[in-house]
Design a protein. Sequence first.
Length: 291
Amino acid sequence: MLLWQILIDGFAVSALYALGATGFTLIFGVSGVLNLSHGAIMVAAAVAAWAASGDLHVGSYVATLIGVITSLVLSFATYFIAVRPIQHSRQIAESEKEIFILTATLLWGIIIQEAISYFFTNNAKTVLPIIEGVVTVLGVRTPANEYFTAAVCWIVIGLLWVLVNKTKAGKAVLAASMNPRGVTLLGFELSSIYLAVWAVYGVLAGIAGVLLGMFLGVSSYSVGPLTASAFSIVVLGGLGSVSGSLIAAYVVGYLETITAYLISPAYRTIPSLLLLLAVMYLRPQGLFGRR
């Protein structure tokens, strides 16, 4: 019974992590930005959906849409406030811009976290699920929303794969991740590609955040662990490797789920952080990394 419950919960958690980490990896692969406000944006999306449902008394679908729009707005705000000014600054040396952007996104994430705490308190918030009821499989009762969460995550990841590999705009994004200079020579504007990537990231983070709010619930305290998990996943999978991130998401997701069930939920992120430390020493490029 416990084994089956771990398998089910771990699969759903890993699917959420895979969806969130895909956007995180896409941003780095195309623009070289490690967005440390990632966890804050996901939590903001969930809290926005929770507030819309409770305060505005809208249905689950509308609340989800509001959550995703919130994430999209914060994604663009991150780019225009914390990233773009540094990328275009003439006062910062090119060799130092990466650490400045890393610091700026971290501070921006803290600002979002504190704003959530100020306006909505630190209490945990659970978004009303779209699918209600319980499903019993092999004697284990599991909320139907858990299966729904995993299914939606993989459907969205599949749609993203189609977008990137089967459309002209998606192929331009893929090419930009490999050779930005070559893309500009073909007549594409890198600024437009960056905006498109940040838009896709905002949607992915928003969907992942709202689904997380439905599945586990979130609070402002969730920001740090979510960012740490995403960072662990992209480093383990290999910075810039989407396929590596998908595999790493399941490694991290199941590690956290097993720890939560067998030891304590309070220590669920520790094994993945230890694994991250080991990977940084033994294989810094990750499982499928190019850099």
